[in-house]
Design a protein around this ligand. Structure first.
Ligand code: SIN
Length: 358
């Protein structure tokens, strides 16, 4: 039997951090209405006890409930807490790898966050951090959570010979880099991997692996974790037919430090928005142009020249671009405090050009 109950923290183990989500959800009528449920109900120890018999006997697990929420309610202080929990675990010599169970609704934001704050640390220490979740609640007849959790634990524990340390995600029998997660379906069991490059968990193909290595070669330094109450205020606004200049005018009067724009097509913005957005950039509000379609890239000066102070989001969708901009603004602040003349644009540009893995 593997050791799940009262394991020794002083022997090598995989640490499983519970954040909640559907994987920990319960439906009141699981047979007839499995999609009508409350997320974040079951404790992480209980989820682990259901797969205990399938865990290899020599594998020791330890667990910690960081939160138990529906991830649509994710907060910035919780990201700070999770970021420190993962970093501390990576630095702990007794932790071989880390698994994070998480709701799928915002798992792509958390995946990018973890890549940016500890991707390099994980890579240098040769440890894997593996995010996982589920599309069906824990008590649904064909719940996908147990097999996803088991796969994630095995991926966190498996030798590095075929794939390096880093921040990964495992769902539906497939693995991808966590920053490439993309939820593009409301209910499908493979909702997170649909628009994402991925590879079967037990069959890592060499072209995917060279993509992972390309990311790691570029990503040599982690960004600081914002303190719980110091996350920059960044909002997402979506351009659409009938967009009004007043929408942007309202934000000019706010204390928002950044705006991420979900542009149409290749990231075009309604002409009604242009004048107030130029004003926003002049006022010192960081402006990033992402796109609505959900896959593909937003390139600088395409389809039209970017106004001064506006950066293209590259392959980041708007919610990921928002996390990246928040961390870039925070990194700029910290750099200034130690006399370094680095700007949010310097940090953001590095994130937006990370290669897409296919
Ligand atoms: C959540 O994100 O917490 C609920 C939805 C899910 O996990 O699939």
């Amino acid at each position: 039997m593997s050791q799940i109950q009262n394991p020794s923290e002083n022997s090598p183990h995989i640490l499983v951090l519970g954040m909640g989500g559907t994987i920990a959800g319960l439906a009141s009528n699981p047979v007839d209405q499995p999609l009508q449920y409350a997320a974040g109900q079951v404790e992480i120890d209980s989820l682990l006890s259901h797969i205990e018999s399938a865990i290899p006997g020599d594998l020791c697990l330890n667990s910690r409930q960081v939160a138990n929420i529906n991830s649509c309610n994710m907060t910035e202080p919780l990201l700070t807490l999770l970021g420190h929990a993962v970093r501390d675990a990576l630095e702990n010599t007794m932790v071989r790898g880390v698994v994070v169970t998480h709701g799928t609704d915002t798992i792509e934001e958390t995946g990018l966050f973890l890549q940016l704050i500890c991707g390099s640390l994980a890579q240098n220490l040769g440890k894997r951090v593996v995010l996982t979740g589920a599309m069906l609640p824990a008590n649904a007849p064909n719940a996908d959570g147990p097999s996803n959790l088991l796969d994630a634990i095995q991926w966190a524990a498996s030798p590095l010979d075929n794939c390096p340390g880093g921040i990964y995600a495992v769902m539906g029998g497939r693995v991808c880099m966590a920053m490439d997660l993309a939820k593009r379906h409301t209910t499908a069991l493979n909702a997170l991997m649909q628009a994402s490059p991925s590879s079967p968990v037990r069959l890592i193909n060499p072209s995917w692996l060279s993509g992972v290595k390309a990311v790691e070669a570029l990503w040599t330094e982690d960004l600081p974790i914002p303190s719980a109450n110091e996350w920059p205020w960044v909002e997402i606004l979506t351009s659409h037919a009938g967009a009004r200049s007043e929408t942007i005018d309202l934000w000019l009067k706010s204390k928002a430090q950044g705006l991420v724009l979900g542009g149409t097509g290749m990231g075009s913005l309604h002409e009604q928005w242009l004048e107030p957005l130029v004003q926003a950039a002049k006022q010192g509000i960081a402006v990033v142009r992402a796109a609505r379609p959900g896959s593909g890239q937003v390139m600088p000066d395409v389809p039209e020249k970017d106004f001064e102070g506006c950066l293209a989001a590259g392959k980041l969708c708007a919610p990921k671009a928002r996390i990246a901009l928040q961390l870039a603004l925070n990194a700029e602040k910290q750099a200034k405090s130690v006399g370094k003349a680095l700007t949010w644009q310097d940090f953001f540009a590095r994130i937006a050009v990370l290669p897409e893995i296919r």
